[in-house]
Design a protein around this ligand. Structure first.
Ligand SMILES: O=C(O)CCC(=O)C(=O)O
Ligand SMILES: [Fe+2]
Length: 349
């Protein structure tokens, strides 16, 4: 089958209106050629450098939600979820139904992609007017500080929006691993939405319904090469996600994600096979600011490359935001302004 064609998929250069980015060099390739090099464009201003996170006085662990208790209707667990969304905007879920095997295969597929030689990865390079494919974080200006990160972004659902020409189908098992992971995250999304809907005082199908007919799912695969000067750079700069909700798979061994909490940055320590969940700007808006879309960033490591896999859930284009937004602003407009799930709200915009 022609790899560019799949039933119902988008063809050619049709874009989702999620913004576009200027091309910049591959960080992975730069480090491969000279592991000590840290060009000026990556060195953060003093105030933004990732010095040791200022720990929070009370607790520095984000909440952990036992998913199995939650889906079985445990009231205490649902209350814990409510507090997590209000006070942290982030939580980790354990005992969920995404199998270890599916997670393992997804991580292996992403690792296999980034291991490809640069020339092969370039076959899937983002087009100048698009955000699908292989490239770097959202870049709007020649003067902007750059993330120490290469990425691959694929829209995984609904089938209409998939662009198969960006899928590295020559990697054995890649497509199957991504599709299986995507399907399991979709199921998880429904369960989390059902619980949040009840907590927000609505019927259990309300959040799903609010996303409209064409709820979208996009996966951003992040590769942060090791950096000889991790105190100077950021893997990804501070941002909140423009999604409604984001599911993040972290590397089991390297802590990289940090979230804003009580004026400080709190590192999110990986729990093997747990999935990090965060509230995005859409649910913050729908909940009238009660559930928080929290600023977060990723730092790099001197010893090893780190990978993370962020799955963004995004409502249909014509869905309206809640009462914090002017009536005329709908989600499509907001995503265009904030340039969507991939980049979310970046400080220089
Ligand atoms: O790598 C991480 O831990 C964070 C990634 C992230 O925030 C994103 O892709 O939006
Ligand atoms: Fe993010």
């Amino acid at each position: 089958m022609d790899p560019n064609v799949e039933n119902g998929s988008m063809q050619g250069d049709e874009v989702l209106g999620w913004g576009k980015s200027l091309p910049v060099p591959s960080v992975q390739e730069m480090v491969r050629k000279d592991s000590r090099c840290v060009p000026e464009r990556y060195i953060q201003e003093h105030k933004d450098r990732p010095i040791e996170p200022e720990m929070c006085p009370h607790s520095s662990e984000i909440p952990v939600i036992n998913f199995s208790l939650l889906v079985n209707g445990d009231e205490d667990e649902r209350r814990k979820l409510d507090l997590a969304c209000k006070e942290w905007g982030f939580f980790q879920i354990t005992n969920h139904d995404v199998s270890e095997e599916v997670i393992k295969q997804m991580k292996a597929a992403v690792a296999a992609f980034f291991e490809l030689p640069l020339e092969e990865k370039r076959n899937y390079a983002m087009a100048a007017n698009d955000i699908h494919g292989y490239g770097q974080g959202f870049v709007v200006s020649e003067h902007q500080k750059l993330d120490w990160c290469d990425l691959m972004f694929l829209v995984t659902s609904p089938p209409k929006y998939k662009k198969m020409k960006y899928w590295p189908v020559t990697i054995p098992g890649f497509k199957e691993a991504v599709e299986q992971y995507s399907a399991e995250i979709l199921k998880l999304t429904e369960d989390i939405f059902a619980n949040m809907s009840l907590l927000m005082g609505m019927d259990k199908d309300a959040l799903k319904r609010l996303h409209g007919e064409m709820m979208k799912q996009g996966i951003r695969m992040n590769y942060y090469p090791a950096c000889s000067r991790p105190e100077l750079v950021l893997g990804v700069g501070p941002h909140s996600d423009a999604s409604s909700i984001t599911f993040l798979l972290q590397d089991d061994d390297i802590t990289g994600l940090q979230i804003r909490h009580e004026e400080g940055w709190v590192p999110v320590k990986p729990i093997p096979n747990a999935i990090v969940v965060n509230i995005g700007d859409v649910i913050e808006s729908w909940s009238n600011g009660v559930y928080k879309s929290i600023e977060h960033r990723a730092v790099t490591s001197v010893t090893a490359a780190r990978m993370s896999i962020a799955t963004f859930v995004i409502p249909d284009d014509d869905v309206e935001l809640g009462n914090l937004m002017p009536k005329s602003v709908d989600v499509a407009q907001m995503l265009a302004v904030t340039t969507a799930a991939v980049v979310a709200v970046l400080p220089w915009m």
